[in-house]
Design a protein. Structure first.
Length: 566
């Protein structure tokens, strides 16, 4: 025949994720495109002298995984060698953190900053034993008096520094936190070294921004990890001027420039979608509109690097009591809008204006929102903007949306809007949620079952570096609703099935990217983005899914991870 296949897979479980979730046994790839799906006899004529034929031996072939919410540059810089790994299980106590910093001090020239990422009080023994015990500068001063130390929490919404860092930044008892932030102080009014939300800008603005080479190295590191995990697409949820002060600029303008260079150099081993981030958490609508207008939005190859839309922050996160909720938090407090000063009504007016401006300008909107009251507000604003300025297929979506209400689900479904959920965050914090929102709301958090039943399009993402981008754990969590720390079930009524869970990481994530017509399922004519698991995913106990090895990853017909030949 005229054209033989480059790759042929035989003898496996080819999970197509088509409309019927068909399972085939063979697949062929020709010129980066899936050329045949079916049985052995359907692909046999495509085997030529140069074809690589892979006997799957019962293994599972899936569409390449699409992590629909992943901060690639930040993820790459949040781990070694650029940063200390302070996540669980790497550390399990404040003493472990201090030991890691002590080791870094020994190998770091005097005066240089030491950075770390991933600490979580829910997994630090001293804080678990005594919930009033929080990380403090004193924990770090004993091991690092002369090196400034800055340690980011797993969520990115809190930063912990030592006394040397406070001195260099100029933070003392007279320092006033920026709007939407909090400087934690002790009984004597002295800063403890713990900064929340907008107050972190005091640290960020004092740190040297990432160099272009550091950004490049971070993204390369992230791409290598993602290839080993079978991830062939991901969304960078916010790059632009609003990110220049976040994690040394990892979410800033220059990072988008680096992505363009990596694309030009042929180094993108995953497809990257981008939400622009014109402004940060405390901007006005006027500033947002002015900055957005000045940003560009095109790339040389939109199937490799695409600018999809715009990110806006609407409220904060529940564990820091900054999500805007209908009902009070456990222990008091009604929840507050963390992104800017003023009253709730004033902030709603600003968010409303931002959403309407971006919608009219033709952008897809991804809005960071967690509290149920804020979620309802944003969903209603989406609908109002669409009614006033109809647009076909805008595909706006809520980012996180962990407390979706029946009202917001109805609105999202009726208008073809979506939600982006994070199952591995649920897995990580399930045992802590009750302390903040109560047992009923904690069990309901991340309501996959209700959202799908309501007809809402749901995509899943890791929010790395908040959690490790292991979609296998995400699948298991959606099916089991068990927690990381204790295995306790949280909200069993929100469990979903394997096929539904897989769709959130493949075809429905592709829908979020406006790409479900050419990626996200294994059908002839679609791009050959593939992931091979060594085992039968369809029959594996959900508890064992995270342990199924990823043995092959293919992006656009090119092998980017190959454990079969190692």
């Amino acid at each position: 025949m005229d054209t033989y296949a480059d790759l042929v897979f035989l003898g496996g479980r080819v999970v197509t994720v088509d409309a019927r979730f068909t399972v085939a046994s063979a697949l062929a790839v020709t010129g980066g495109i899936i050329s045949a799906v079916g049985r052995r006899e359907d692909v046999a004529p495509l085997v030529g002298p140069g074809t690589r034929v892979i006997d799957l031996r019962g293994a599972t072939l899936l569409p390449g995984i699409n992590d629909s919410h992943l901060h690639g540059c930040a993820f790459g810089m949040a781990g070694p060698p650029l940063s200390l790994d302070l996540g669980h299980p790497a550390v399990s106590s404040l003493a472990d953190v201090a030991a890691a910093v002590r080791q870094a001090v020994a190998r770091t020239p005097d005066g240089q900053w030491i950075t770390g990422h991933g600490w979580d009080t829910g997994y630090l023994a001293e804080c678990v034993t005594d919930p009033t015990r929080q990380p403090s500068r004193h924990d770090l001063d004993t091991v690092s008096r002369d090196h400034p130390v800055v340690l980011y929490s797993f969520s990115g919404h809190a930063t912990w520094v030592n006394s040397k860092a406070l001195e260099l930044i100029g933070i003392d008892r007279s320092t006033v936190a920026p709007p939407g932030g909090a400087l934690v102080t002790d009984d004597a009014g002295e800063p403890t070294g713990l900064l929340h939300e907008g107050a972190q800008a005091l640290v960020q603005n004092a740190l040297p921004p990432l160099s272009r080479q550091e950004r490049t190295d971070a993204i390369r590191s992230a791409l290598a990890t993602l290839a080993r995990l079978g991830v062939t697409s991901y969304t960078e949820p916010g790059l632009g001027p609003g990110g220049d002060g976040i994690m040394r600029g990892a979410l800033g303008r220059q990072t988008l420039d680096v992505y363009h260079q990596l694309l030009a150099d042929g180094e993108l081993t995953a497809r990257v979608g981008v939400l622009l981030l014109p402004t940060g958490m405390t901007s006005t609508a006027e500033e947002f509109a002015r900055t957005l207008t000045a940003l560009g939005g095109t790339t040389a190859d939109p199937r490799r690097l695409a600018i999809h839309g715009v990110k806006i922050f609407a409220d904060g996160i529940v564990p820091n009591k900054t999500a805007w909720m209908h009902e009070p938090y456990v222990g008091g407090g009604s929840g507050s809008l963390c992104v800017g000063g003023g009253t709730h009504a004033e902030r709603i007016t600003e968010i409303d204006a931002m959403i309407r401006h971006a919608h009219v300008a033709g952008h897809q909107l991804g809005v960071h929102v967690t509290g149920d009251r804020a979620i309802d507000t944003v969903a209603d604003t989406f609908a109002a903007a669409m009614a006033e300025h109809p647009r076909p297929d805008a595909r706006h979506y809520l980012i996180h949306g962990d407390f979706l209400t029946p009202h917001s689900m109805k609105v999202l479904a009726a208008h073809g809007f979506g939600v982006n959920m994070n199952p591995t965050i649920k897995w990580t914090v399930a045992d802590l949620e009750e302390d903040f929102v109560g047992s009923g709301r904690a069990a309901y958090a991340w309501p996959y079952r209700d959202a799908l039943d309501a007809g809402v399009r749901v995509a899943s993402g890791s929010d790395a570096p908040v959690t490790h981008p292991d979609w296998r754990q995400g699948i298991a969590t959606m099916m089991l609703r068990e927690s990381k720390a204790t295995g306790r079930v949280s909200g069993p009524e929100q469990r979903i099935g394997l096929a539904e869970a897989v769709r959130t990481y493949t075809i429905d994530a592709a829908w979020q990217d406006f790409a479900d017509d050419w990626k996200g399922s294994l059908e002839p004519g679609k791009v050959a983005d593939l992931c091979v698991l060594d085992g039968d995913l369809l029959t594996t106990d959900p508890h064992d899914i995270p342990d199924l090895p990823v043995v092959l990853t293919v992006m656009d017909g090119q092998v980017v991870h190959d454990a079969l030949r190692d």
